[in-house]
Ligand binder design. Sequence first.
Ligand SMILES: *Cc1c(COP(=O)(O)O)cnc(C)c1O
Length: 393
Amino acid sequence: MSKGTVSEVHAFTPPPEDPARAGGILTIDLGQVVANWRHLKEKAASAICAAVVKADAYGLGAVPVAQALFDAGCRHFFVALPQEGAHLRAALGAEAKIWVLNGLLPGEAAFYADHGLRPVLSSLPEVTEWAAFCRMREMRLPAAVHVDTGMNRLGLNLDEAHRLAGDRDLLGACRLELVMSHLACADEPGDPMNERQRETFAEIRALFPDVPASLANSAGTLIGSAYHFDMVRPGIALYGGNPFSDRPNPMRAVVSLYAPVLMVRRLRKGETVGYGATWRAERPSRVAVLGLGYADGYLRSLSWPARNGPAQVMIGGHYAPVIGRVSMDSICVDVTDVPEDFVERGVRAEVLGPNVTVDEVAKWAGTISYEILTSLGGRYTRLYVPAGNGARS
Ligand SMILES: *Cc1c(COP(=O)(O)O)cnc(C)c1O
């Protein structure tokens, strides 16, 4: 089941003073995030290319990611929570436009206003509350309105959108700066739901003729210009995840994760590994114990034999399968087929990176790249590769 040897081995040199001690080293390449954003921006042509940095930029660090994108010219950022927005505001300064996808939380309008956050209003009660707050402050504060086009998650339904469009009082109280919706199936470009949602959205945005419109997430940005409208909102593609479930990944990898070999042991034929003794040696074997586990976001569903697995790591230029169960702080890999010189205590194995992609790990775990990234733990040493001089456009 091993994927064999690859000729191009990504050489990893630990930093001179490694504060990780025994832990994993997570490297986030901000230059690649910026390159991915530029690629999407080019695809989106005349539309504004925003950046979705919710959930701490999908686990990669909202402040460093947003700062790098801001330096590259990005001005529109989407978070999920007002608290995330406030952190970003403090880091980016006044010029960034920060949108809060989870809408207006009840009684919190002043918090949004005080931090210059723009709620993405998702229901008529939210619109009403924001309008009332604007009247009270005697300021027409900016907001977006989210209209549902089939996802049935957040957003006004079509009737409500029509009612809002006809209510000059309500609309006049605040400053509607964006009308948006969200695609349910863009990861499968051939799904007819994409076209249905696009048509519905085109009708809705016509109700608000002077307001910029936005429909596309990462995949939507890449499936065609008909989906771009005035602004695109990529998330996962910025972070190197494949926006498509059925096509090769057009994006550049951003994340690498290396875990240290804590020890190497020899097993006799018939011996077992880990909790539940779920893996049994069918031959005399060598097993390397790596210092990362489910407490670090290496999901327990990656345990042998995994859903579409076995899961693999790369060590000394060879793939090695994860065997036994994933423990809290360690995993075991079968290195019987890796030359002995390449696997010794202190060497690091690639757990995520150029040879072990986020999407592959997600597939083995039976999940999506989004969950792998947002699960990345707090015990890693995080290294940020700066975007460099080319960042400013
Ligand atoms: C998360 C999110 C996005 C970004 O989606 P990706 O698939 O990560 O590109 C865009 N719009 C909304 C409303 C979202 O919730």
